[in-house]
Design a protein around this ligand. Structure first.
Ligand code: SAH
Length: 346
């Protein structure tokens, strides 16, 4: 089987090229073709000899992801893309256009096994992990389609990135490498439901990426009701891991809190959140839950959400309500893929 050449970090590719008997600078050239110019064939690598290109062709393949659907919001220009992988699986990605640049939200797995109650991505379970090249491919394709550079990346689409840790870490290394697309680590955010041992692993890497922790409940008991992963890792342990990440990297943690009406948006919840967060240097992102048709969760109305926010703010907590993007296109995580699967099995 041919090797997936876009999944090698710069250092790994240097070793590969050396084994092929080529000079070291060739690795830089190949890497630039793959990750800066983002070509899809070895043919196009015109500064390499024909022989070398043939040799690469024999041992490696360049896997790309193909767009099968694009939805564009008429409200705010948000785009949702559905990409087909080489084995026929599909994943979704979202492009959000901000004044400060283009931000892309990518998927890290096909499906998910974490089982969060309000999330559409997890309903069909986990199909498989994405490779580093499939994560990169989502960004590269979007850049090609829109003809503009992507400056921010969030790993907040379908999947639990820390449940696909090795590939995720490779992806970050390649994405932020100066020889490649070279996205600043500070412009990358990874969101996790709280896989505690992997948070410690990530802290050891001393990256400058932002860690976003899906909190969603202000006590162990409440969190457990929405997130099965809380049965494995208690809230206290998750918070300690986040403190450790902050201590090691100096990067302030973002806590995400999807507000579900009548479940986690009461005054009592706000008070408990204040207890947890007031001593921490962090940011709280409130996300009124995106209703999905498989569950009957509803979001708080605007006034309630605002009251909740004000209460926290008064106690000195740094809090925002996430601006809703693309509400008119299958907004919530995993919905587009699910609706596509529903159609294709009819
Ligand atoms: N597995 C990771 C990243 C993917 S989910 C994680 O759990 O963080 C990205 C964020 O969207 C998480 O905070 C998740 O809980 C939230 N989310 C998923 N479905 C949602 C929905 N229907 N409404 C609001 N937030 C949702």
């Amino acid at each position: 089987m041919k090797k997936d050449i876009r999944a090698y970090t710069y250092e790994e590719l240097q070793k590969e090229i050396k084994i092929l008997g080529e000079k070291a600078f060739r690795a830089k050239q190949v890497y630039e073709w793959l990750h800066q110019k983002q070509v899809d064939t070895f043919e196009e690598m015109t500064n390499l000899s024909r022989n070398f290109r043939k040799q690469l062709e024999e041992e490696y393949e360049i896997l790309s992801v193909d767009m099968v659907q694009r939805q564009e919001s008429s409200l705010d220009g948000t785009n949702k893309f559905l990409f087909r992988l080489h084995d026929g699986n599909v994943v979704e990605s979202v492009l959000m256009r901000y004044q400060h640049g283009n931000s892309v939200c990518i998927s890290s797995q096909v499906g998910c096994r974490m089982g969060c109650r309000f999330c559409a991505s997890t309903i069909g379970g986990l199909e498989r992990n994405l490779s580093a090249s499939e994560m990169l491919g989502q960004i590269y394709q979007i850049q090609k389609i829109i003809g503009e550079r992507v400056s921010n990346v969030v790993i907040m689409g379908t999947g639990e990135p820390l449940d696909n840790y090795e590939n995720f870490l490779k992806f970050i290394r390649i994405l932020t490498d100066e020889h490649g697309l070279h996205i600043s680590q500070r412009n990358v955010t990874v969101s996790t439901c709280g896989i505690v041992p992997r948070i410690y692993d990530l802290a050891k890497e001393h990256l400058q990426i932002t860690l976003a922790l899906s909190l969603h409940g202000s006590t162990q008991e409440k969190r457990r009701q929405l997130m099965p992963v809380a049965n494995k890792y208690e809230l206290r342990e998750v918070l300690e891991a986040c403190d450790h990440y902050f201590g090691e990297t100096g990067r302030r943690i973002t806590f995400e809190y999807s507000m579900v009406h009548g479940v986690n948006d009461t005054d009592e919840d706000a008070d408990e959140l204040i207890t947890i967060l007031k001593s921490r240097n962090c940011h709280l992102n409130l996300i009124p839950v995106n209703p999905i048709k498989e569950r009957n969760f509803i979001r708080p109305d605007k006034k309630n959400a605002l009251n909740f926010k004000n209460k926290l703010e008064k106690c000195g907590i740094n809090v925002t309500i996430r601006r809703e993007m693309g509400a008119d296109i299958d907004g919530a995580c995993g919905q587009l893929r699910r609706s596509y699967q529903g159609r294709s099995t009819l």
